[in-house]
Design a protein around this ligand. Sequence first.
Ligand code: AMP
Length: 286
Amino acid sequence: MGNIQVIKTVNEMHNFSNQMKMNGKKIGFVPTMGYLHDGHLSLVKKAKEVCDVVVVSIFVNPTQFAPNEDFNQYPRNFQRDYKLLEAEEVDVIFYPDSKEMYGENFQTFVDNIEASKILEGEFRPTHFRGVVTVVSMLFNCVKPDVAVFGQKDAQQAYIIQRMVEDLKFDIDIIVSPIIREEDGLAKSSRNIYLSESERKEALVLYISLKKAEQMIKSGVLEVKSIIEEMEKIIHSVNSSNLDYIAIVNKKNFKKVELLEKGQEYYILIACRIGKTRLIDNLLIAI
Ligand code: AMP
């Protein structure tokens, strides 16, 4: 037994959070699917900075995976995650199972009807419905004052921000920067699926994003020509299979064709390397 309280039931989670609120404590929350890495831990550090109590959830959420996706295969290692979170002095791990979250007669979903339809939503049509539903459930369980999400999943973070605003959740959302490996590959629990050669080739995602950044800095504003150059880099390795590249305005997550001064944009990419689907992005201000 270590120092973190592991809570597995919704009831206990409610009780803990109600108690903290009565004591005037500010609750910070980091939702994860486990198999933690430095990216997740950077979110935990952020939550600790701004809150009195930090709750991390570990829940591989079945409803955000399509039947053909990697739900069963998704890496899980609770003991390892526990140790990493103990080192960060996290207070609570909320670790429910699927039955606790979805019961036997689950029939209510929360859905986004716009931003969820493009990019990731085109390739994973049921994904965001699962994400938005589980995050709203987790928010109701944990009752956080602040929740921290990673820019790594920029579209997800935007959709959660919309949910909070649209449905009047009284929660501050913080979006925290992407943590990368030394060579630039964005850290991801799914990187362990990559073979040695794929791991090297996976770097094309980051290289193509940096190429786009460099073009924009040198004055290129036409999205089509930026994407063309990025595609050349992606297609230069054998294992790559591109899903999409797009540039969206940060403020409304809508695709743009021409970049304008004074605006902030996400350059977004999703690409399969062998059988592993990776996503990455870069935030740029013009
Ligand atoms: P996941 O466990 O993949 O569902 O991710 C949980 C949270 O960690 C999400 O908010 C992700 O955006 C965030 N995250 C994942 N990878 C990174 C990374 N490399 N840098 C920063 N945040 C990340």
